[in-house]
Design a protein around this ligand. Structure first.
Ligand code: SAM
Length: 391
């Protein structure tokens, strides 16, 4: 396969751009540019396969196929028409065009979506091929256009279903964390596979599952399909080879224990089924327990907590009385541990009675949250000292 570099854009949850850039470097991508909401990168085609398969953090990988200045809708139509769509997919495949914009002076994004779709279909018709059909629910090929004030950029989505859909969810669960957000918190926490991990409010088990995949070096996308498999320019032999290489990397067991629990027996069952289906049940020590009844399983480790938010799962006043108890529990039983709490509830930091050493902004969809880091020492939490202050 050719080693020509193409341009890609990988969107991710706001707040994880730095983590995603680091991950891309570890996957062999050297040329990256971080922007708000994602990372652009240049890489050979096969690296795009590898990133789709192995990223824990990106939501998608978009292939940039064209960029052009514009002033009118007609300019956008012409720019779309100029691209070689029939080289990339067949008209038997259904398409969906999605347009997003920042400071675009044109009045209607819906009209632009229609014009771009027309340009693509007209291009096929000009080559005496049939016009592709639109399917807005389950398209075979997803096409994106992004307009700023004066430039339109076109992308073909190489992923298809968003990458946080790993294919392991069982049943429907209220308010699960997205997989790439769960993985991002683990990375922000600096958790590594050799650290003991505890998620004492594990719900459907998203955080322990991501951790188990990282620890076992299982590619997050190994059980799913990708849109690029349908492209005319797909190299099936190379893809098979890369999937085999990913399988060969897997290790038989996580090096350190991963503990997970939840007080709701129904949630524990859901998590259990998901761990079994994903082949990591042996790596996660799962039980049903109220968080406040747990003892530290080891003298140091990393804890990640995703408590219910007032606006979502639980009653607000319950949480108000819960946060001080959570703080006491951490102080009394988890000296030696680092705890990371993801919440959109600003009262937590006031009520928990511990001083966070970091507050990292992170978006859970549109909800602005923080990851609070607490370094637990005997009798309280320690602020992380600046090096110049250290004794
Ligand atoms: C926001 S959800 C966690 C979602 C989870 N991260 C996921 O991806 O599915 C919060 C969880 O905390 C659990 N929970 C609430 N109070 C608890 C308590 N006192 N002890 C243990 N778990 C509790 C709930 O049952 C719920 O599953």
């Amino acid at each position: 396969m050719d080693s020509t570099k193409r341009r890609f854009f990988a969107p991710c949850p706001h707040g994880l751009e730095g983590v995603l850039e680091g991950e891309l470097h570890s996957l062999g991508v050297s040329t990256t540019t971080k922007t708000e909401g994602g990372v652009s990168f240049s890489a050979p085609w096969s690296t795009m396969y590898w990133v789709n398969l192995n990223t824990h953090i990106a939501s998608r990988v978009l292939w940039e196929v064209g960029q052009s200045p514009y002033r009118t809708e007609h300019d956008v139509y012409n720019a779309a028409y100029a691209l070689a769509w029939p080289d990339w997919f067949t008209p038997a495949q259904t398409i969906k065009v999605k347009v997003s914009a920042r400071r675009c002076p044109l009045p209607s994004l819906d009209f632009l979506t229609l014009r771009i779709k027309d340009a693509i279909c007209d291009k096929f018709a000009a080559g005496k091929q049939r016009r592709p059909s639109v399917d807005t629910e389950r398209p075979n090929i997803r096409l994106d256009a992004f307009l700023d004030q004066s430039t339109v950029t076109f992308y073909v989505d190489t992923s298809g279903e968003p990458l946080f859909k790993r294919g392991h969810r069982v049943g429907s669960v209220e308010a699960p964390l997205r997989e790439n957000l769960a993985a991002g918190i683990l990375r922000l926490a600096g958790w590594s596979a050799n650290d003991v991990l505890l998620d004492p409010m594990c719900g459907s088990g998203t955080i322990p599952l991501e951790a188990a995949f990282m620890a076992r070096q299982i590619a997050p996308g190994i059980s799913r399909n990708f849109s690029f498999e349908r492209f005319l320019v797909h190299d099936a032999q190379r893809w098979d080879h890369l999937r085999e290489a990913a399988r060969a990397k897997q290790v038989a067991q996580a090096p350190a224990a991963i503990y997970a629990s939840d007080r709701d027996p129904a949630m524990v069952k859901v998590a259990q089924r998901m761990f079994q289906g994903a082949g990591v049940a042996i790596d996660v020590r799962l039980k049903q327990s109220n968080i406040l009844d747990l003892e530290a399983p080891t003298d140091k480790g990393v804890m990640v907590i995703n408590p219910p938010y007032g606006v979502r799962l639980s009653r607000s006043d319950e949480l108000e009385s819960f946060y001080p108890k959570l703080g006491d529990w951490l102080k009394q039983r988890f000296a030696g541990w680092r705890a990371y709490v993801l919440t959109g509830d600003a009262r937590l930091s006031k009520l928990i009675g511990l001083t966070p050493s970091k507050r990292i902004p992170l978006f859970n969809g549109a909800l602005e949250c923080r990851v609070y880091e607490f370094v637990i020492v005997q009798g309280g939490a320690r602020r992380r000292l600046r090096p110049t202050n250290q004794a």
